[in-house]
Design a protein around this ligand. Structure first.
Ligand SMILES: [Zn+2]
Length: 275
């Protein structure tokens, strides 16, 4: 899939089974996070890791989505990628969201402070827009959050050289304005039950953009974070693959797509098998 100027890159999976009590069971990382392209996980390793997970199952549709009628606007569900663990959907609500507050450094400099305030306002606006379709709740501590949103430049993406046959050049960094990535972990449950497979999302959005673009970037990345792991081919959708002059609001097609994603089976949110 072609890259998006402002988005994620789930191109490859790095899976590792990690032993130990309450340890991470599976970790998926975009290959581009590493300075050097990692070796692809061997099928055996993936099979071993997956054998610790329950088979994919469907969660009940959240009421906020259930009450959205599927309409004739269509969707772009066929563009959505399904990771090996299944749909990247939430099953415990509200989904908690942490927005990075002003830092001490920003508070000391009027320009930076104003910029961070605009950024925060734009992100809050985007959270409110998605709120209609999925219960989201702002929290003060990043450790408590399912989704964390940070005010900085996304880490540089290095294109693995192996991607293009015969290309021996050094990878070329791509500067981008926003990015969402996910990781999986084993979430302890109460009452001695096995842990659940859970995920968390991390969003980076650069602050040095006009308010309209900040809001559009936040709307777009939050769309990824709540489950739309793919891009729309139409510029009238919030999840269009590229930034445009007049960013679209959340469209019926975005919602139709989201609703179909939440009806998909997944291993996320279900208990891990006992060893
Ligand atoms: Zn994107």
């Amino acid at each position: 899939m072609s890259h998006c100027q402002w988005s994620f890159n789930p191109r490859s999976l790095l899976l590792g089974a990690i032993a130990g009590f309450a340890a991470l069971i599976v970790m998926l990382l975009p290959s581009v996070q590493a300075q050097v392209p990692p070796r692809p996980a061997s099928p055996t390793t993936i099979d071993q890791a997956l054998s610790k997970l329950s088979p994919p199952r469907v969660h009940p549709l959240p009421p906020t989505l259930a009450q959205q009628p599927l309409n004739s606007a269509g969707d772009y569900f066929d563009q959505v990628q399904t990771p090996i663990v299944g749909a990247l959907i939430w099953s415990q609500f509200p989904v908690t969201v942490y927005i990075q507050p002003e830092t001490a450094e920003e508070q000391g400099k009027p320009f930076l402070q104003r910029r961070s305030q605009l950024w925060i306002k734009a992100i809050q606006q985007a959270v409110q827009e998605w709120q209609t379709y999925l219960p989201l709740q702002l929290v003060d501590q990043p450790a408590e959050a399912d989704i964390t949103i940070w005010r900085n430049t996304p880490p540089l993406q290095l294109k693995p050289a192996s991607e293009e046959a015969g290309d021996r050049r050094l990878p070329i960094p791509r500067a981008r304005s926003a990015e969402t990535r996910y990781e999986l972990y084993a979430q302890p449950t109460t009452s001695g039950n096995p842990s659940r497979l859970a995920h968390r999302m991390t969003i980076h959005i650069r602050p040095d953009q006009a308010a309209t673009y900040l809001e559009a970037a936040a709307r777009h990345e939050l769309g990824h974070a709540i489950g739309i792991w793919g891009h729309s081919p139409q510029p009238t959708d919030a999840l269009y693959f590229s930034q445009v002059r007049n960013p679209a609001p959340i469209s019926r097609r975005d919602i139709n797509t989201l609703k179909r994603i939440y009806a998909q089976p997944t291993r996320i949110g279900w208990e891990l098998r006992s060893p």
